[in-house]
Design a protein around this ligand. Structure first.
Ligand SMILES: Cc1ncc(COP(=O)(O)O)c(C=O)c1O
Length: 401
């Protein structure tokens, strides 16, 4: 019997290990520190309900109609307000509304990369970004990450035998998976490097607004305002997924005009536009002024959970597990200093009723098999303590065998 031949792109795209793991999260009694989902119990359902009612009362027909590819004006204006709070002066026409920031990343990658082109990424990196780059047939070259984010100086010694990257992609705040935030000094260096080397730097920032301690760093697009020519070489992505609700599927991109226009053309071909209805709800929600107090609640709860997990891990593993205490975001990234293989540990922990993500999946090249990612935001403090207890039991069993 003849079978359908899939495209090269379909064949080289693997399902994400993290998505596979999430099947186990559904098992009764399982404590999952694996997923990257925000806590649905904290969604501002009443606020989004009120925003939806306002849409129906005031703009039902236009909100149910097709819309423009760049996005609804009301939402683009509201996003300029958010960007101002984050330190960047952006006009509404510079904002592109996308179906999640995942689509924005896809659009930028499609606009810049050809098969065989090189992309510089962090080591470790956001998995679904690597999937996009591989889907397009691009190759990756990686730079390390430490507690201060991507090691920008490593860009000065990229392998000489490989072509110069056309794109550098990085997650700037409380990164997925490393939890690290890029320091101001590195941001400034990066902007200068982008202009001098003519490499487009794409900053992905879905987590920056989830800061529970310390003060925020400014986006690269804001720093680029002061460096001649730099605005042509930096872009910014963000999303309402982690601060409002991921089911709305709304993200945005701030890009130089040439790239913005290319992304709009490609988006026309992909989905015409992002849901007008959901955009109208998001715009009304932002206009209601509820986002700030919602974020206060989310940050308070996430901050307490981060602390509970960090303390429990320190108590259980001492200096065998090294990690930075998160100041924001949804992830705690650690590394076993005694050579423990995190994937083998996962198989035993799963039997004991807890899961996490082994860090090896996040590496574009040689993986660190002792790295481990915990997401602490969907489990309450008691669940986190129990999760660490099960993890320690798995660890002890592994060391005995
Ligand atoms: C670093 C990063 N970028 C982008 C996304 C995609 O988010 P969304 O498409 O929901 O905006 C995620 C989701 O987890 C992420 O962690």
């Amino acid at each position: 019997m003849k079978t359908l031949t899939l495209s090269i792109a379909a064949n080289r795209t693997r399902s994400s290990d993290v998505r596979e793991l999430l099947k186990y999260a559904q098992l009764p009694g399982m404590i999952s520190l694996a997923g990257g989902l925000p806590d649905p119990a904290l969604f501002d359902v009443a606020g989004i309900d009120a925003a939806t009612a306002e849409v129906f009362a005031n703009e039902a027909r236009s909100a149910l109609q097709y819309g423009q590819t760049d996005g609804q004006v009301s939402l683009r204006e509201a996003v300029t307000g958010l960007m101002k709070q984050r330190g960047a002066n952006v006009a509404p026409e510079n904002v592109l509304i996308t179906s999640g920031s995942q689509q924005a990343l896809d659009l930028v990658a499609r606009s810049i990369l050809n098969e065989g082109d090189f992309v510089a990424v962090e080591r470790p990196s956001y998995l679904a970004a690597l999937q996009i780059f591989h889907l397009l047939g691009a190759e990756t070259v990686s730079i390390p990450v430490d507690g201060d984010g991507a090691v920008v100086d490593a860009l000065l010694s990229l392998p000489a035998d490989k072509p110069k990257p056309k794109l550098l992609y990085l997650v700037s705040n409380f990164a997925n998976p490393s939890g690290a935030t890029l320091t101001l000094a590195r941001r400034e260096k990066l902007v200068r490097w982008a202009v001098e080397n003519e490499v487009f730097v794409l900053e992905d920032d879905p987590y920056g607004a989830l800061r529970y301690r310390g003060s925020p760093e400014v986006p690269l697009v804001a720093l680029a305002e002061k460096v001649p020519g730099a605005l042509e070489w930096v872009g910014y992505l963000s999303s309402f997924s982690k601060i409002m609700a991921p089911g709305l599927r709304i993200g945005w991109a701030v890009l130089p005009a040439v790239l913005h226009d290319a992304c709009v053309r490609i988006k026309q071909a992909l989905d015409l536009h992002t849901s007008t209805f959901n955009q109208a709800i998001a715009a009304r929600y932002l206009a209601s002024g509820r986002l700030e107090s919602h974020l206060d609640t989310v940050c308070k709860v996430y901050g307490e959970r981060a602390e509970a997990l960090a303390s429990a891990l320190t108590e259980a593993f001492g200096d065998k597990l090294r990690f930075n205490r998160p100041d924001g975001g949804m992830f705690l990234w650690g590394r076993f200093e005694d050579g423990t293989n995190a994937r083998e540990l996962l198989y035993i922990a799963r039997e004991k009723g807890m899961i996490f993500v082994p860090g090896d999946v996040f590496y574009p090249d040689t993986p660190d098999t002792s790295a481990i990612r915990f997401s602490f935001v969907t489990v309450d403090n008691a669940g986190l303590l129990e999760g660490v207890k099960r993890l320690k039991a798995a660890y002890d069993e592994m060391k005995q065998s």
